[in-house]
Design a protein around this ligand. Structure first.
Ligand SMILES: NC(=O)c1ccc[n+]([C@@H]2O[C@H](COP(=O)([O-])OP(=O)(O)OC[C@H]3O[C@@H](n4cnc5c(N)ncnc54)[C@H](O)[C@@H]3O)[C@@H](O)[C@H]2O)c1
Ligand SMILES: [Zn+2]
Ligand SMILES: [Zn+2]
Length: 401
């Protein structure tokens, strides 16, 4: 089959690889019809590259049709239409039963000290082959799927794999009062969807921050107040001006480890990215390598007694944290990979023809699998109005000339 394969820093290619097969009675094989590129894939594309191996198949936002199931899988069968959550979870361990599927005790990657195994997400998360491919092997398939009806286009459901539950958890953890102010840092797919969900849940005032025209414009067109990072010296000060001097009641950080705005950290980030893996890995796991501009804005912009919800991914082990400010301001800090299956029942009723969250028109690009190498580069550069790419393995590649 054809698959999007990691070869090195900023080097992904579409290769022929062996078709996946059932290896365990709990597996299923899915024929992939839509498979997205995520901001999290950009971390593998560059800063977390030391944990990838040449030949790893990328991707963790896939949906499609069940081809085949192992003998223990009774909940789905060939022909069913399913979305595959980005984490592999069992549904029956203590963590899964407590709505913490991204910590599943059956699939935790203990040798790396990590939570649940993730599709296409490096050796840190179990080196599970990913879903940017024609076919995907789904372990723990009895639970690791969301069955959806045939009929509407894939775009209606494909964001159940990651964007919707991640944005939902971001807002749930931020827990803003309806009459309060929610600040969302970053208006990529996750931040954009978090703004939409907050509005849908009745939060009166949502302020979104980014530095990319197309992303700011998308948020504004849905009634979000925006702050353009390029136009203010100090985001937190701008937020205080909009909130009577107090700051935002709750903040979602939808930026993570690759934030713009701290040139010093950027240099160390790039330096780590260039080192041989044997040197880079201990550096990443022992030293602060993240660009913390967004996190530090969140700490500054949140009001005293407010909540910060981190959905942006961080990777360094010794990042400098402003503990005095966090303690003195009495800040609540919540974070983590989204527990996909926990939030699906709340989200499904919103995926209807009247489309209150705008999922049907959320993608800016639908492209054949072969376009992935260019799409990764364009998405990283935030160029060409690209916000969300859906790769369609069934689309023919554009003719080369
Ligand atoms: N927790 C989870 O389960 C989970 C799931 C999916 C994605 N993520 C993470 O969420 C983050 C966002 O994902 P995405 O797909 O939206 O990615 P993205 O890279 O498209 O979006 C990030 C946005 O942040 C903006 N930005 C950069 N620096 C900023 C700053 N200092 N202040 C405000 N905005 C800034 C960028 O311009 C960009 O639009 C990533 O870190 C990703 O890994 C987490
Ligand atoms: Zn994702
Ligand atoms: Zn489990």
């Amino acid at each position: 089959m054809r698959a999007v394969v990691w070869h090195g820093k900023r080097d992904v290619r579409v290769d022929e690889v062996p078709d996946p097969v059932i290896q365990d009675p709990g597996d299923a094989i899915i024929r992939v019809t839509s498979t997205n590129i995520c901001g999290s894939d950009l971390h593998l594309y560059e800063p977390l590259g030391a944990f990838m191996n040449s030949g790893d198949v990328l991707g963790h936002e896939a949906m499609g049709v069940v081809e085949e199931v192992g003998s223990e899988v009774t909940a789905i069968s060939a022909g069913d239409r399913v979305v595959i959550p980005f984490q592999v979870s069992c549904g029956s361990c203590w963590m899964c039963e407590h709505g913490l599927q991204s910590q599943c005790e059956t699939t935790q990657v203990r040798e790396q000290g990590s939570g649940a195994a993730l599709f296409g997400y490096s050796e840190l998360y179990g080196s599970v082959p990913g879903g940017q491919a024609e076919y995907l092997r789904v372990p723990q398939a009895q639970y690791t799927h969301v069955k959806v009806p045939h009929g509407p286009a894939d775009d209606r459901f494909v964001y159940l794999s990651d964007v919707l539950p991640t944005a939902w958890q971001a807002v749930a953890y931020a827990d803003p009062e309806p009459e309060g102010t929610l600040l969302v840092l970053g208006l990529g797919p996750i931040g954009d969807m978090a703004c939409r969900i907050a509005r849908q849940r009745g939060v009166e005032r949502v302020i979104g921050v980014d530095r990319v025209d197309a992303r700011l414009e998308r948020a504004r067109s849905r009634g979000i107040t925006t702050i353009d990072l390029r136009e203010v010296d100090d985001v937190a000060e701008a937020v205080r001006e909009l909130t009577g001097g107090r700051g935002a009641d709750a903040v979602v950080d939808a930026v993570g480890m690759e934030a713009h705005g701290s040139p010093l950290a950027k240099a160390s980030h790039q330096a780590v990215g260039m080192l041989p893996d044997a040197v880079a890995k201990p550096l990443m796991t022992n030293v602060g390598i993240d660009r913390l501009a967004a996190l530090h804005s969140a700490v500054d912009a949140v009001r005293r007694g407010g909540t910060i919800s981190l959905s942006g991914v961080y990777g360094g082990m010794a990042d400098p944290m402003p503990m005095m400010t966090l303690f003195d301001k009495q800040v609540q800090l919540r974070m983590g990979q989204a527990n996909v299956k926990r939030w699906v029942p709340a989200i499904l009723p919103l995926l209807t023809d009247d489309d209150p969250l705008g999922v049907d028109t959320f993608a800016t690009h639908h492209l054949p699998l072969e376009a992935a190498p260019d799409a990764y580069a364009t998405f990283q550069a935030k160029a060409d109005g690209m916000v969300k790419v859906v790769l369609k393995p069934e689309l023919a590649p554009a003719p080369s000339n």
